[in-house]
Design a protein around this ligand. Structure first.
Ligand code: VGL
Ligand code: ZN
Length: 180
């Protein structure tokens, strides 16, 4: 059985200067780049919203399809990514979890590649990383979040740590990149 690395939403709009910036969101990029060659399969997700979306009733406009804000961070070594997932693509669709990707079925893709252990990195700890990790557990994968390769929006202080606690309670393993 195999392990895979899933890079969640490391997009310009979630990094400093972006429309929905995660504080220090760009600091996950070098950590993720160092992990890439340890995994036989690397996947990424991108928040990929239409210009008009109910999602924007609760969030500033961000990650609009084809925009520069929706592009992966330029320093991320994107040539190592074998599978790209797009989510939040419908007008009534939050798409927090990469398992809600609309261009392909993530669980099926992982099963076909004999993946049993999913390592999750990226943005943001308290939204898309959390939703993805909880869905990964529900889908039966061993699931690990790499603590120094995630960052939280923290609309409310404590959201990041609370999200990690909720993931841990659900059976998600939390580790540091130095242990991989
Ligand atoms: C996200 C808020 C809105 C995320 C996406 O990627 O965590 N957060 N859309
Ligand atoms: Zn979004």
């Amino acid at each position: 059985m195999q392990r895979a690395l899933l890079i969640v939403d490391v997009q310009n709009d979630f990094c400093p200067g972006g429309a929905l910036a995660v504080p220090q969101g760009d600091q996950v990029v070098p950590v993720i780049n160092r992990l890439l060659d340890r995994f036989p399969l690397v996947l990424s997700s991108q928040d990929w919203h239409p210009a008009q979306s109910r999602h924007f009733e609760r969030w500033p406009v961000h990650c609009v399809q084809e925009s520069q804000g929706a592009a992966l961070h330029p320093d991320l070594q994107a040539d190592a990514i074998q599978v790209r997932l797009y989510k939040g693509t419908g007008q009534a669709d939050d798409g927090y979890s990469a398992f809600e990707a609309t261009n392909l079925d993530l669980a099926q893709t992982l099963h076909q590649a004999q993946v049993d252990h999913l390592y999750i990195v990226g943005l943001a700890t308290d939204y898309c990383v959390k939703a993805t990790a909880l869905d990964a557990i529900k889908a039966g994968f061993d699931t690990t979040v790499v603590l120094d390769a995630v960052a939280a929006v923290e609309l409310t202080p404590g959201d990041g740590i609370n999200a990690l606690q909720a993931m841990s309670n659900a059976g998600v393993r939390l580790t540091h990149s130095s242990a991989l």
